[in-house]
Design a protein. Structure first.
Length: 418
């Protein structure tokens, strides 16, 4: 990677780490919120799901902006907005105020992925490697945020922990503002049409024309995979800390007069392992055929989802292995999906393409949180993980369709047969 690649990747890594610090610390707080606000998993699942849904709802307009406005500005606005929203969450006296804080957080967080991924796609030359490092940074936030929260919750209340989360976002904003880079160096080096600020769609007619151009059969299939990934991701992780907390294998332990929840550390460990998965997924798509890796990843994810509940009854070691593999595979698929979006879209519509796809992943996919809450209220974790496995199987079938349709693909722009 050259100097510009490193600067672009470092900036996106900062934003990604902070985004996921907040995103997956929310399930850690769910256990505390259930007690503090005397509510049910189904009701809280709707609130959290709505917050996550706003990430998707805002992704499409953000994608449009990312084709017209510098991604750096959008990402800095995202960081400051997320910090302010969590300040409101920390002070929430009622479930109503908590809901407002979470919804504001979702709206601010919606700025990140279309802007950040369009920046990496257009600004870096070694795109797969950039996606890999970007994914690892996300999982650093994914793992350290919940782990730090779990440790602190043993000593202070959840409000104090939420307030302390303002520190990393402010530091990231300050450091990120000082980084300078060329946002279109990658597409220029690959000889693709340069998508500079101000050249994106203008007006409804241009937006519709751009959308029609974008939605080839190939991108439509990638879009469907995004929906399935989003639903399975949210369904898996929103209540996973609560599921783990109910296992006798992970009963609370007391140490030096303090009560600790092993389930929270297992959850954090799963997310940390996911960082290695992100790195492996990004490297794989630089070395192997995208569609083959896509199918293999989803088939493996379906298998491990079905193994989760049996592992909870097989002993601590099998449980830890299955949980670790679940985290590895779930996050390994993320950079593979991102490369699929880049491969099946033209360079000058990357912001719009990531906007649409993250509307699918975070918007439609947020139904997974509500679905998980409903299933766990009326049924069992077994039913939940069967649904997760079914989503992965359907995604693998769609990936197989992509593979059959695309015998060859260039390194940038749309595939040759689209």
């Amino acid at each position: 990677m050259d100097r510009n690649d490193r600067a672009v990747t470092a900036f996106a890594m900062l934003g990604h780490a902070v985004f996921h610090t907040y995103e997956l610390v929310i399930p850690i707080f769910v256990v505390s919120w259930l007690e503090a606000f005397s509510t049910t998993p189904a009701f809280l699942g709707v609130i959290v799901g709505a917050s996550y849904a706003l990430i998707g709802v805002g992704a499409l307009p953000t994608g449009l902006l990312a084709d017209r406005v510098r991604s750096k500005r959008l990402i800095l606005a995202c960081l400051l907005g997320m910090g302010g929203a969590f300040g409101l969450v920390a002070a929430a006296p009622t479930i109503g105020v908590l809901t407002v804080g979470l919804l504001v957080w979702g709206a601010a967080a919606s700025l990140y992925h279309p802007a950040g991924l369009a920046l990496l796609s257009r600004g870096t030359k070694e795109r797969g490697t950039a996606f890999a490092y970007h994914g690892v940074a996300g999982n650093v936030g994914v793992a350290t945020g919940p782990l730090l929260a779990a440790v602190l919750l043993a000593f202070v209340g959840w409000r104090t922990v939420a307030a302390l989360l303002l520190v990393p976002v402010l530091l990231a904003a300050v450091v990120g503002a000082r980084l300078e880079f060329d946002e279109t160096a990658g597409t220029s080096a690959r000889g693709a049409d340069d998508a500079t600020a101000g050249e994106g769609p203008h007006g409804l007619a241009a937006f519709l024309a751009g959308s029609r151009r974008l939605f080839t059969v190939g991108f439509g299939l990638v879009f469907a995979i995004g929906i399935l990934y989003g639903v399975s991701y949210r369904a898996t992780f929103t209540f996973l800390p609560d599921i783990l907390a109910t296992l006798p294998l992970l009963d609370p332990i007391t140490f030096v007069g303090r009560s600790f929840e092993p389930s929270q550390y297992v959850y954090s460990g799963l997310l940390l392992v996911g960082g290695f998965g992100q790195y492996v997924g990004g490297k794989l798509v630089d070395r192997a055929r995208l569609e083959t890796v896509l199918v293999g990843g989803y088939v493996a994810l379906a298998a491990v989802a079905l193994a989760f509940v049996p592992s909870t009854k097989a002993g601590l070691a099998p449980l830890l292995v299955v949980v670790g593999v679940l985290g590895f595979l779930t996050f390994m698929i993320a950079p593979i999906n991102q490369e699929a979006i880049s491969t099946y879209t033209p360079a000058d519509a990357r912001g719009l393409s990531f906007g649409y796809t993250y509307t699918a992943i975070f918007g439609v996919g947020a139904l997974g949180s509500s679905l998980a809450g409903l299933i766990l209220t009326r049924s069992t974790p077994t039913a939940l993980f069967v649904v997760v496995a079914a989503c992965a199987v359907i995604a693998a079938v769609i990936g197989g369709t992509l593979r059959r349709r695309s015998p060859r693909r260039p390194r940038d722009g749309v595939t040759a047969d689209d």
